[in-house]
Design a protein around this ligand. Structure first.
Ligand code: PLP
Length: 400
């Protein structure tokens, strides 16, 4: 029986599709140690550089050992939130998030994955339809699969096609929801929220926006693309995660109070799992309270990203855009694996992005910048990438 799985793994390896774990040691700012070598980590979602900020971490733990610290630093709740795992910190975090986003209420989930697979099937079922961008994250795809609603997928960012689909099909369904990421995690491009809000209004739909890669990073107060594009009040369900810019774990959804109560009663990934530990909730709250003050980090990140993107675009290596996620197209999985190994040899922690994370034939490097990096490091990276790609591509330069 084991032989069958061994063979399938071997086939994956031969096609350059085998996934392996990569344990990292000591972390200094945006640098990580792999196999005893320090590398610039270009694969982390610690966008604001909070995870590697020792001062911030030390300030968070200042109260450790003091009276009543268990409530703040405990490592587990030993129960679902619906049983004895609920805490005042969880409620405080939800209240502060709702206040910050100017919304009626908020509900926490254990991760963005839990949120997407827990919300979509709970709220949308038989007789409903989910209209989803083709490049939405796997957790949204899984949420749709778990839902008994019908799924319709529109071409990536093609709102004319979505408009046409809604014009033709909307009236067949009791309820319809448009689901999109705001910053697309593997492409680094951004949804046009003005158009999405217009479509949801004209076709009487709800708008579900996954801001996993945007909260903390965009908007004056760091609330994400809905803030930056001035659409905060018009997104019906706004999902954010703590696993990226917060350098932590967990997720939240901002929504109507009735929907919050409904999810508490129907969302299986919320009901049937142990609640987030107090130490994580406290950190998430601690970062939320400082979010507006991280504006200089956001500005630096924007500056670094625009600069690197300009340089890579000039060499034909990266599509235009203005987020801190820069895809560099490679092509086949084997090539992406080989070239990522070479990048690591040069001191850059780059991992190949392959199907099913991205469509077949579009394997890539996903360069993920953080505010802890500096211009000099990224200039050297441009040179390294250019050198590597020129050496491996006939005629040099662009691979996409
Ligand atoms: C758009 C999007 N949504 C949700 C998730 C899942 O979030 P989490 O890592 O908190 O489970 C991710 C993770 O990469 C993501 O890119």
């Amino acid at each position: 029986m084991i032989e069958r799985y061994r063979q399938e793994l071997e086939e994956l390896r031969q096609r350059g599709m085998l996934r392996r774990l990569t344990p990292l040691a000591a972390r200094h700012g945006c640098r990580s140690e792999l196999g005893g070598r320090e590398m610039l980590n270009l694969s982390s979602n610690d966008y604001l550089g909070l995870g590697g900020d020792r001062d911030l971490l030390n300030r968070f733990y200042e109260g450790l050992g003091q009276e009543g610290c268990a409530e703040r630093y405990a490592l587990g709740t030993a129960s679902s939130r619906l049983l004895s795992g609920d805490t005042h910190t969880a409620h405080r975090l939800e209240e502060r998030l709702a206040e910050a986003f100017g919304r009626e209420s908020c509900l926490l989930f254990n991760s963005g994955y839990h949120a997407n697979i827990g919300i979509l099937p709970a709220l949308f079922g038989r007789g409903d339809a989910i209209f989803s961008d083709k490049l939405n994250h796997a957790s949204i795809v899984d949420g749709m699969r778990l839902s008994t609603a019908e799924h319709r997928r529109y071409r990536h960012l093609d709102y004319d096609q979505l408009d046409l689909m809604l014009t033709r099909e909307r009236q067949r369904y009791r309820q319809a929801v448009i689901v999109s990421e705001s910053v697309f995690s593997m492409d680094g491009d951004v949804a046009d929220l003005r158009r999405l809000v217009d479509l949801k209004r004209r076709h009487n739909c709800l708008l579900y926006l996954d801001e996993a890669h945007a909260v903390g990073v965009y908007g004056k107060r760091g609330l994400g693309q809905a803030e930056a594009q001035e659409r905060l009040a018009e997104v019906d369900l706004l999902v954010g995660t703590f696993g990226k810019a917060w350098a932590s774990v967990g997720a939240f959804v901002l929504l109507h109070e009735v929907l919050r109560d409904y999810l508490l009663n129907h969302s299986r990934s919320l009901i049937f799992t142990t609640a987030l530990p107090p130490v994580v909730l406290s950190w998430n709250l601690y970062i939320l309270e400082q979010l507006a003050s991280f504006a200089p980090r956001r500005e630096k990140l924007t500056m670094l990203s625009s600069r690197l993107r300009r340089r890579l675009s000039a060499q034909g290596l990266c599509p235009p855009g203005d987020t801190n996620i820069l895809p560099v197209m490679i092509g086949t999985a084997e090539k992406a694996v080989r070239m990522a190994e070479e990048m690591r040899r040069l001191g850059y922690l780059v991992l190949p992005i392959r199907p099913p994370t991205v469509p077949e034939g579009t394997c890539r490097f996903r360069l993920s910048l953080t505010a802890a990096m500096n211009e000099g490091e990224l200039d050297l990276l441009t040179d390294a990438l250019h050198g590597l790609l020129s050496a491996t591509t006939p005629g040099g330069g662009a691979l996409s």
